[in-house]
Design a protein around this ligand. Structure first.
Ligand code: NI
Length: 381
């Protein structure tokens, strides 16, 4: 690199912030990112990128060479009512960028501009992936189906990170975010009068036992040094104090850091619900599915990120694993790469709320750092 990426990014800091605020004021939910993607596409065309549309997603290439390095940003918002009182507050009732994907889009747009200005210095081709629908977990799959990874040698993505102090680049070898599973079960008995249980088959105690049984998967069957979660998030049954209902529904999620463990938990959930129901003379209908794999970073790529970040003057630290999920995992199943956290927590500015919180916000001073890191990764690869 004959230029300083951090200096270049700081030069366009106000522009990056303006983009972020514009996206923040106009949040769009999964697969509805029409406005956002239109703005992104117009800029990319102006800067000379070759564009391929995948619905509301964009694949944009620049440079020459055999190897392709890919950089990814997600663009979707959440169905949350914003409670921040800021000039750039969401203008759409019930929708908010509460995970920072507005920042991701703006940072990568900033990187796109700088990369295009220096494209003759690139050693390889660079591909920018602006993807829809991270929050519902299959935007990445749609982009992969649309050819986003064709010819790609490595992929990187940045997520602003509320748990980390502002400006810290958080890296982690191996598993970083969890795989996500979901289950839905209906325990079916026989309804009747609350005063005559002998003529009914009560699904409520069966459901209660099943919920307790599910808690023992993590507590009693998984290596205590591993991390996993089984949460029942919904239990529903009955309509009156003196009526035994016909059925009870149980719904929940499970999280894991290896595919084997995900399969194990899935099958144990099925066995426990089915057999607990049978012990109570009930029947069970169970649906379980794994929505996404764990996000597993490649060690070599993480070392590369650490090296490049330090080289351009950024502070690098370790980021903790989280049982949250991230569809970047689908890219990492196919090509080596790293998902990178960028700290945005700033107590002085009151930026202390977690992701998906109605008062979540981003320390905007961090945005040019993310842009600079993306540019540096593209040129140093
Ligand atoms: Ni997110």
């Amino acid at each position: 690199m004959k230029f300083d990426p951090l200096k270049e990014a700081l030069k366009i800091k106000e522009e990056i912030i303006a983009w972020r605020r514009d996206f923040h004021m106009h949040p769009e939910l999964a697969f509805e990112e029409e406005r956002t993607s239109k703005i992104v596409e117009e800029h990319l065309r102006d800067w000379g990128y070759k564009i391929k549309r995948v619905g509301t997603g964009i694949i944009a290439d620049i440079g020459e060479g055999d190897k392709i390095i890919a950089l990814r940003a997600d663009m979707d918002a959440l169905p949350i009512q914003e409670e921040n009182d800021v000039p750039y507050k969401s203008q759409v009732p019930g929708k908010m960028h509460a995970c920072g994907h507005d920042a991701h889009t703006a940072m990568l747009l900033g990187a796109a501009k700088i990369i295009s200005e220096h494209s003759e210095e690139l050693n390889n081709k660079v591909r920018l992936i602006f993807q829809p629908a991270e929050e519902i977990g299959n935007g990445a799959l749609k982009m992969i189906e649309g050819g986003a990874l064709e010819g790609v040698a490595a992929i990187f993505g940045i997520h602003v990170w509320a748990e980390l102090e502002s400006g810290i680049v958080g890296v982690r070898d191996g598993p970083f975010l969890a795989g996500v599973g979901r289950f839905l079960a209906k325990i079916i008995g026989k309804g009747g009068h609350g005063a005559a249980p002998q003529y009914a088959i009560d699904p409520i105690p069966a459901a209660a036992d099943a919920v307790l049984g599910l808690q023992r998967i993590v507590a009693r069957e998984i290596d205590p040094l591993e991390s996993a979660v089984v949460t029942v998030g919904r239990i529903q049954g009955g309509s009156a104090f003196n009526v035994i209902p016909e059925s009870v529904e149980i719904e929940g999620t499970f999280r894991f850091f290896s595919n084997e463990l995900g399969d194990f938990i899935k099958s144990r959930i099925e066995e426990i619900i089915e057999n607990t129901a049978r012990a109570h003379r009930c029947k069970a209908e169970i649906k379980t599915e794994i929505l996404g794999p764990p996000t597993i970073n490649n060690r070599e790529m993480v070392d590369f990120v650490r090296e490049v970040a330090e080289e351009i003057g950024l502070k690098v630290g370790e980021v903790r694993k989280t049982l949250g999920g991230e569809d970047f995992a689908f890219y990492l199943q196919k090509v080596p790469g790293a998902f990178i956290a960028l700290g945005i927590r700033n107590e002085k500015k009151g930026i202390i709320y977690p992701h998906h919180h109605p008062r979540f916000d981003v320390d905007e001073d961090v945005l040019p750092l993310g842009t600079a890191l993306e540019v540096a990764l593209a040129f140093r690869f």
